[in-house]
Design a binder for this molecule. Structure first.
Ligand SMILES: CSC[C@H]1O[C@H](OP(=O)(O)O)[C@H](O)[C@@H]1O
Length: 351
């Protein structure tokens, strides 16, 4: 039982089904959906109804568990393994950058690789592993919050980018988890949220979450960050991450790199809050696939208003790369990682 109110849950497990809030509709509408169909859940991840690295990993794992239960009529271990393998491959193809997706699916694949005396034993092992991933996510976020809030001073104004909150995890959030923990521990903090074009996760999701909980938040456009840092209005920056490499490269929402450069220029600490399940211990920076999303996300503001000519060429990289020299420290559930990152990440991962 958490000592914090878990007011918002992006992804839940309800009676053998995956239940999620459609974040594309917020703050205009709070629509929840439920499904046992991994294809429907895969589409929810691709369309960003479900988004945020940890939430994507949890949703994918729960989608596999729901699939195992959906095919309750299958009595053959090999037949169920084949169905589950196909579902895992479909979910792997949803989004290429967030490491938590692959971390979660690899955990389920490891369960699948074992021998089982009955199909029921296999089904139970899959569901148990997926539910562990789900519950661990919430516990991990709270640990990140409680470790990270020690870096927050009473009276701080904290800038955050995109949404690394309860709407990006199973609950509580990572960057917003640190902010929540500081708030509930009595620190009078304020948040500045960037709108985060093109999909406006900051303006729509971070603002919605924090206002729902009464945490003071001010919205700024992405191009205001330089000005507000120049004016000395920001004490700290805290962002989430989609993938962190051993050398400390941080892959996160497009615009993060620009904020990190401005923070460095103005001597503002730049923190990254993420579970160790976001750390990719294998890839090098040249292996990373930065997701290129549909051009209409840039041409339109959330499908509400045309802002450019429909036939104009568009670039729409969903993420960028912040090099380690711009990162002050990485807040994880196992502790705060400071430079030299490779040495200290390997230590915290016991590699
Ligand atoms: C703790 S969420 C991590 C990360 O995921 C978000 O990306 P998206 O909204 O495209 O799924 C954003 O980069 C967050 O910082």
């Amino acid at each position: 039982m958490s000592k914090y109110p878990l007011i918002v849950r992006a992804v839940e497990w309800v009676d053998g089904k995956v239940r999620w809030i459609n974040t594309n509709l917020l703050p205009y509408e709070e629509l929840y959906e439920e499904s046992q169909d991994h294809e429907r859940i895969a589409r929810a991840i691709e369309s960003m109804e479900i988004r945020g690295a940890p939430a994507i990993g949890v949703a994918a794992a729960l989608a596999i568990a729901a699939t195992a239960l959906k095919f309750s009529n299958i009595n053959s271990v090999d037949e169920l393994k084949d169905i589950i393998s196909k579902a895992i491959e479909r979910l792997r193809r949803t989004r290429p950058t967030a490491f938590n997706l692959f971390w979660a699916l690899n955990r389920i694949s490891n369960v699948l690789s074992r021998n089982y005396s009955s199909v029921e034993a296999l089904r139970k092992a899959i569901v148990d592993e997926a539910l562990s991933i789900y519950h661990e996510d919430i516990e991990t976020n709270i640990k990140i919050g409680e470790i990270g809030e020690k870096l927050i001073d009473d009276g701080d104004t904290i800038l955050t980018h995109c949404n690394a909150g309860a709407l990006a995890t199973a609950a509580f959030g990572t960057a917003l988890g640190v902010i929540r923990a500081a708030w509930y521990n009595g620190k009078k903090i304020k948040v500045i949220a960037t709108e985060t074009r093109p999909v406006l996760q900051g303006a729509r999701l971070t603002v919605w979450e924090l206002k729902k909980e009464g945490i003071p938040v001010t919205l700024v456009t992405d191009n205001m960050v330089g000005y507000i840092m120049y004016k000395g209005l920001v004490n700290k920056v805290i962002v989430g991450a989609d993938r962190i490499l051993l050398d400390g490269f941080v892959i996160n929402k497009i615009g993060t790199y620009s904020i990190a450069i401005i923070a460095k220029r103005h001597g503002v600490p730049f923190y990254v809050a993420a579970p160790t399940s976001t750390i990719d211990p294998v890839s090098s920076i040249n292996d990373i696939v930065i997701e290129e999303r549909n051009a209409n996300e840039v041409r339109y503001i959330m499908n509400k208003m045309l802002i450019t000519m429909p036939d104009v060429d568009v670039l729409n990289p969903a993420f960028d790369v912040t090099p380690p020299e711009l990162v002050t420290s990485i807040i994880t559930e196992k502790g705060i990682i400071e430079p030299p990152f490779r040495e200290n990440i390997m230590k915290i991962l016991s590699l």
